[in-house]
Write a protein that binds this ligand. Structure first.
Ligand SMILES: C[S@@+](CC[C@H](N)C(=O)[O-])C[C@H]1O[C@@H](n2cnc3c(N)ncnc32)[C@H](O)[C@@H]1O
Length: 285
Protein backbone atom coordinates (compact mmCIF):
# COMPACT_ATOMS: atom_id res chain seq x y z
CA UNK A 1 0.00 0.00 0.00
CA UNK A 2 1.29 3.43 -0.84
CA UNK A 3 -0.68 5.64 1.46
CA UNK A 4 0.01 9.30 1.28
CA UNK A 5 -0.02 10.55 4.80
CA UNK A 6 -1.90 13.47 6.25
CA UNK A 7 0.89 16.02 6.31
CA UNK A 8 -0.64 18.20 9.01
CA UNK A 9 -1.05 15.29 11.40
CA UNK A 10 2.38 13.90 10.64
CA UNK A 11 3.80 17.31 11.46
CA UNK A 12 2.19 17.05 14.84
CA UNK A 13 3.59 13.59 15.33
CA UNK A 14 6.87 14.91 14.13
CA UNK A 15 6.95 17.62 16.77
CA UNK A 16 6.21 20.54 14.50
CA UNK A 17 9.00 20.07 11.95
CA UNK A 18 7.72 20.98 8.45
CA UNK A 19 7.35 18.00 6.17
CA UNK A 20 6.21 18.77 2.63
CA UNK A 21 4.98 15.60 1.01
CA UNK A 22 5.79 12.17 2.31
CA UNK A 23 4.76 8.59 1.85
CA UNK A 24 4.17 6.72 5.04
CA UNK A 25 5.61 3.43 3.95
CA UNK A 26 8.10 4.15 1.23
CA UNK A 27 9.82 7.48 1.73
CA UNK A 28 9.01 8.59 5.21
CA UNK A 29 11.86 7.13 7.19
CA UNK A 30 14.64 8.72 5.14
CA UNK A 31 12.94 12.04 4.77
CA UNK A 32 12.17 12.32 8.45
CA UNK A 33 15.69 11.26 9.31
CA UNK A 34 17.14 14.10 7.25
CA UNK A 35 14.75 16.76 8.54
CA UNK A 36 15.14 15.62 12.08
CA UNK A 37 18.94 15.58 11.87
CA UNK A 38 19.00 19.16 10.61
CA UNK A 39 16.64 20.61 13.13
CA UNK A 40 16.82 18.53 16.26
CA UNK A 41 20.14 16.74 16.10
CA UNK A 42 21.07 13.45 17.68
CA UNK A 43 18.23 13.48 20.15
CA UNK A 44 15.74 13.50 17.30
CA UNK A 45 17.39 10.64 15.49
CA UNK A 46 17.29 8.63 18.66
CA UNK A 47 13.59 9.42 18.90
CA UNK A 48 12.86 8.14 15.42
CA UNK A 49 15.11 5.13 15.78
CA UNK A 50 13.20 4.12 18.88
CA UNK A 51 9.83 5.00 17.37
CA UNK A 52 10.39 2.84 14.32
CA UNK A 53 11.90 0.03 16.36
CA UNK A 54 8.78 0.00 18.50
CA UNK A 55 6.42 0.17 15.60
CA UNK A 56 8.06 -0.37 12.22
CA UNK A 57 6.04 1.00 9.28
CA UNK A 58 4.30 -2.25 8.22
CA UNK A 59 2.65 -2.44 11.64
CA UNK A 60 0.69 0.70 10.84
CA UNK A 61 -1.04 -1.31 8.15
CA UNK A 62 -1.12 -4.92 9.22
CA UNK A 63 -2.50 -6.03 12.59
CA UNK A 64 0.19 -8.24 14.05
CA UNK A 65 -1.84 -10.57 16.27
CA UNK A 66 -4.59 -13.00 15.33
CA UNK A 67 -6.74 -11.47 18.03
CA UNK A 68 -7.48 -8.44 15.92
CA UNK A 69 -10.83 -8.07 14.25
CA UNK A 70 -12.17 -5.12 12.36
CA UNK A 71 -15.36 -3.16 12.48
CA UNK A 72 -16.56 0.08 10.98
CA UNK A 73 -15.67 3.43 12.50
CA UNK A 74 -16.45 6.24 10.12
CA UNK A 75 -13.84 6.42 7.41
CA UNK A 76 -11.49 3.75 8.61
CA UNK A 77 -11.16 0.42 10.27
CA UNK A 78 -11.00 -0.17 13.96
CA UNK A 79 -9.13 -3.06 15.38
CA UNK A 80 -9.98 -4.79 18.61
CA UNK A 81 -7.17 -5.12 21.12
CA UNK A 82 -7.17 -6.75 24.52
CA UNK A 83 -5.66 -6.02 27.89
CA UNK A 84 -5.39 -8.62 30.62
CA UNK A 85 -6.01 -7.48 34.16
CA UNK A 86 -6.35 -9.77 37.17
CA UNK A 87 -7.35 -12.74 35.01
CA UNK A 88 -9.87 -10.72 33.03
CA UNK A 89 -9.68 -9.95 29.34
CA UNK A 90 -10.83 -6.44 28.45
CA UNK A 91 -11.40 -5.40 24.87
CA UNK A 92 -10.89 -1.95 23.45
CA UNK A 93 -10.78 -0.44 19.99
CA UNK A 94 -8.09 1.46 18.24
CA UNK A 95 -7.78 2.87 14.78
CA UNK A 96 -5.77 1.62 11.85
CA UNK A 97 -7.35 3.69 9.09
CA UNK A 98 -6.14 2.86 5.60
CA UNK A 99 -2.50 3.14 6.43
CA UNK A 100 -2.65 6.78 7.45
CA UNK A 101 -1.79 7.48 11.03
CA UNK A 102 -4.41 10.16 11.63
CA UNK A 103 -3.45 11.05 15.18
CA UNK A 104 -1.10 9.46 17.65
CA UNK A 105 -4.03 9.09 20.05
CA UNK A 106 -5.79 6.61 17.80
CA UNK A 107 -3.48 3.75 18.74
CA UNK A 108 -2.32 2.36 22.09
CA UNK A 109 1.18 3.20 23.29
CA UNK A 110 3.42 0.97 25.37
CA UNK A 111 3.83 3.62 28.06
CA UNK A 112 0.11 3.17 28.77
CA UNK A 113 0.51 -0.55 29.50
CA UNK A 114 3.43 0.30 31.79
CA UNK A 115 1.30 2.95 33.53
CA UNK A 116 -1.43 0.39 34.16
CA UNK A 117 1.19 -2.04 35.47
CA UNK A 118 2.57 0.59 37.87
CA UNK A 119 -0.92 1.48 39.12
CA UNK A 120 -1.75 -2.20 39.70
CA UNK A 121 1.51 -2.78 41.45
CA UNK A 122 0.83 -0.99 44.73
CA UNK A 123 1.87 2.54 43.72
CA UNK A 124 -1.06 3.89 45.79
CA UNK A 125 -3.14 2.47 48.60
CA UNK A 126 -6.64 1.16 47.91
CA UNK A 127 -8.16 4.53 48.93
CA UNK A 128 -7.08 6.01 45.61
CA UNK A 129 -9.89 4.10 43.87
CA UNK A 130 -12.47 6.34 45.48
CA UNK A 131 -10.59 9.58 44.77
CA UNK A 132 -10.90 11.83 41.72
CA UNK A 133 -8.53 10.69 38.98
CA UNK A 134 -7.88 12.49 35.67
CA UNK A 135 -6.09 11.03 32.65
CA UNK A 136 -4.48 13.61 30.33
CA UNK A 137 -3.95 12.82 26.62
CA UNK A 138 -5.92 9.60 27.09
CA UNK A 139 -5.98 8.73 23.38
CA UNK A 140 -8.12 5.66 22.72
CA UNK A 141 -8.67 5.39 26.50
CA UNK A 142 -7.40 1.90 27.25
CA UNK A 143 -5.70 3.04 30.44
CA UNK A 144 -8.90 4.55 31.87
CA UNK A 145 -10.86 1.55 30.68
CA UNK A 146 -8.42 -0.72 32.51
CA UNK A 147 -8.80 1.40 35.65
CA UNK A 148 -12.59 1.03 35.45
CA UNK A 149 -12.06 -2.72 35.67
CA UNK A 150 -9.69 -2.22 38.60
CA UNK A 151 -12.62 -0.55 40.34
CA UNK A 152 -11.59 3.08 40.17
CA UNK A 153 -14.88 4.87 40.84
CA UNK A 154 -14.22 8.49 39.96
CA UNK A 155 -12.43 8.66 36.64
CA UNK A 156 -12.22 11.39 34.02
CA UNK A 157 -10.35 10.88 30.73
CA UNK A 158 -9.41 13.80 28.50
CA UNK A 159 -8.02 14.56 25.08
CA UNK A 160 -8.23 17.43 22.60
CA UNK A 161 -8.86 15.86 19.21
CA UNK A 162 -12.49 15.24 18.23
CA UNK A 163 -11.77 11.95 16.43
CA UNK A 164 -9.77 10.70 19.39
CA UNK A 165 -12.51 11.78 21.81
CA UNK A 166 -15.07 9.86 19.78
CA UNK A 167 -12.96 6.73 20.02
CA UNK A 168 -12.32 7.37 23.70
CA UNK A 169 -16.06 7.65 24.38
CA UNK A 170 -16.64 4.42 22.51
CA UNK A 171 -14.10 2.60 24.66
CA UNK A 172 -14.84 3.76 28.20
CA UNK A 173 -18.02 2.93 30.13
CA UNK A 174 -18.26 4.73 33.49
CA UNK A 175 -15.45 7.22 32.89
CA UNK A 176 -16.42 10.85 32.25
CA UNK A 177 -14.85 12.21 29.07
CA UNK A 178 -13.69 15.84 28.84
CA UNK A 179 -12.14 17.87 26.08
CA UNK A 180 -8.98 19.40 27.50
CA UNK A 181 -6.44 21.05 25.22
CA UNK A 182 -3.17 21.77 26.99
CA UNK A 183 -2.69 24.89 24.88
CA UNK A 184 -6.14 26.36 25.64
CA UNK A 185 -6.36 27.46 29.25
CA UNK A 186 -10.12 27.97 28.96
CA UNK A 187 -10.51 24.19 28.55
CA UNK A 188 -9.00 23.46 31.94
CA UNK A 189 -9.45 26.63 33.93
CA UNK A 190 -12.18 25.39 36.23
CA UNK A 191 -12.93 24.65 39.86
CA UNK A 192 -12.83 20.91 39.29
CA UNK A 193 -9.66 19.60 40.92
CA UNK A 194 -8.28 16.07 40.97
CA UNK A 195 -6.49 14.00 43.60
CA UNK A 196 -4.45 12.11 41.04
CA UNK A 197 -3.50 13.07 37.47
CA UNK A 198 -2.01 10.43 35.18
CA UNK A 199 -0.61 10.42 31.66
CA UNK A 200 1.32 8.08 29.37
CA UNK A 201 3.30 9.01 26.26
CA UNK A 202 2.10 12.59 26.51
CA UNK A 203 5.44 14.41 26.14
CA UNK A 204 7.00 14.28 22.68
CA UNK A 205 7.71 17.90 21.79
CA UNK A 206 9.41 20.78 23.62
CA UNK A 207 6.08 22.64 23.61
CA UNK A 208 4.61 19.94 25.81
CA UNK A 209 6.17 21.52 28.87
CA UNK A 210 2.87 23.43 28.86
CA UNK A 211 1.50 20.30 30.59
CA UNK A 212 3.03 21.69 33.77
CA UNK A 213 0.39 24.46 33.79
CA UNK A 214 -2.38 21.96 33.15
CA UNK A 215 -1.26 19.74 36.03
CA UNK A 216 -0.81 22.72 38.34
CA UNK A 217 -4.30 24.07 37.52
CA UNK A 218 -6.11 20.76 37.89
CA UNK A 219 -4.30 19.10 40.77
CA UNK A 220 -5.78 19.37 44.23
CA UNK A 221 -3.41 20.65 46.90
CA UNK A 222 -1.97 17.53 48.53
CA UNK A 223 -2.62 15.56 45.33
CA UNK A 224 -0.11 13.89 43.04
CA UNK A 225 0.53 13.20 39.39
CA UNK A 226 2.19 10.28 37.64
CA UNK A 227 3.54 10.47 34.10
CA UNK A 228 5.14 7.55 32.24
CA UNK A 229 7.05 8.54 29.14
CA UNK A 230 10.03 7.70 27.01
CA UNK A 231 12.75 10.32 26.89
CA UNK A 232 11.27 11.94 23.82
CA UNK A 233 12.08 15.47 22.62
CA UNK A 234 10.68 17.86 25.23
CA UNK A 235 11.03 15.50 28.20
CA UNK A 236 13.90 17.39 29.84
CA UNK A 237 12.16 20.75 29.36
CA UNK A 238 9.01 19.29 30.89
CA UNK A 239 10.84 18.03 33.98
CA UNK A 240 12.61 21.37 34.43
CA UNK A 241 9.35 23.28 34.21
CA UNK A 242 7.81 20.90 36.78
CA UNK A 243 10.71 21.63 39.12
CA UNK A 244 10.24 25.38 38.64
CA UNK A 245 6.53 25.19 39.40
CA UNK A 246 6.26 22.55 42.12
CA UNK A 247 9.80 22.73 43.59
CA UNK A 248 12.53 20.22 42.78
CA UNK A 249 11.97 18.44 46.10
CA UNK A 250 8.43 17.54 44.96
CA UNK A 251 9.45 15.93 41.65
CA UNK A 252 11.13 12.57 41.20
CA UNK A 253 12.13 11.05 37.89
CA UNK A 254 13.33 7.47 37.70
CA UNK A 255 13.74 4.83 35.07
CA UNK A 256 10.92 2.33 35.05
CA UNK A 257 12.30 -0.93 36.46
CA UNK A 258 12.37 -4.24 34.60
CA UNK A 259 9.72 -5.51 37.01
CA UNK A 260 7.45 -2.60 36.14
CA UNK A 261 7.92 -3.25 32.42
CA UNK A 262 7.12 -6.92 33.06
CA UNK A 263 3.92 -5.87 34.83
CA UNK A 264 3.01 -3.93 31.64
CA UNK A 265 3.86 -6.95 29.50
CA UNK A 266 1.52 -9.13 31.53
CA UNK A 267 -1.25 -6.65 30.75
CA UNK A 268 -0.34 -6.41 27.08
CA UNK A 269 0.66 -10.09 26.76
CA UNK A 270 3.32 -8.94 24.37
CA UNK A 271 6.88 -7.80 24.73
CA UNK A 272 7.42 -4.13 25.54
CA UNK A 273 10.62 -2.57 24.27
CA UNK A 274 12.29 0.69 25.15
CA UNK A 275 13.25 2.66 28.22
CA UNK A 276 10.59 4.56 30.12
CA UNK A 277 10.75 7.30 32.71
CA UNK A 278 8.39 7.51 35.60
CA UNK A 279 7.81 11.02 36.90
CA UNK A 280 6.04 11.59 40.22
CA UNK A 281 4.78 15.04 41.10
CA UNK A 282 3.48 16.13 44.49
CA UNK A 283 1.52 19.33 44.98
CA UNK A 284 2.14 20.53 48.51
CA UNK A 285 -0.76 21.83 50.62
C1 LIG B 1 1.19 9.30 22.00
S1 LIG B 1 -0.48 9.56 22.35
C2 LIG B 1 -0.67 8.68 23.88
C3 LIG B 1 -2.08 8.22 24.08
C4 LIG B 1 -2.31 7.38 25.34
N1 LIG B 1 -1.99 8.13 26.53
C5 LIG B 1 -1.52 6.09 25.29
O1 LIG B 1 -0.65 5.88 26.17
O2 LIG B 1 -1.78 5.28 24.40
C6 LIG B 1 -0.52 11.27 22.89
C7 LIG B 1 -1.90 11.77 23.22
O3 LIG B 1 -1.82 13.12 23.62
C8 LIG B 1 -2.88 13.84 23.01
N2 LIG B 1 -2.51 15.26 22.87
C9 LIG B 1 -1.54 15.78 22.07
N3 LIG B 1 -1.55 17.12 22.14
C10 LIG B 1 -2.55 17.45 23.01
C11 LIG B 1 -3.07 18.68 23.49
N4 LIG B 1 -2.58 19.85 23.05
N5 LIG B 1 -4.09 18.66 24.37
C12 LIG B 1 -4.61 17.47 24.79
N6 LIG B 1 -4.16 16.26 24.37
C13 LIG B 1 -3.16 16.26 23.48
C14 LIG B 1 -3.06 13.17 21.65
O4 LIG B 1 -4.33 13.43 21.08
C15 LIG B 1 -2.86 11.72 22.04
O5 LIG B 1 -4.04 11.12 22.43
Amino acid sequence: MNAKCDVEKMQMLHGGIPVKDVHLITGVYRKFEEDWEDEVGDNGNEFWDVAFMECPPPNYLVPSTEDLASEEFDDGDLIVKRIFLGGREIKFNCFLGDGVLNNVGLESWDAGYVLLGVLMDGEYDEGIKARKVLELGAGCGFVSKGLEYLDFKNLTASDFDDGVIKLLKKNVETTEVKKIDWFKTETYNCDDKYDLIIGSAVVYSPEHKVLTNVIDSLLQEGGSALIINMRRPGWDEFVLSLEDTFGAENITVQLVTDEQVKAGEKIKREEIQGTFNICRIIKKK
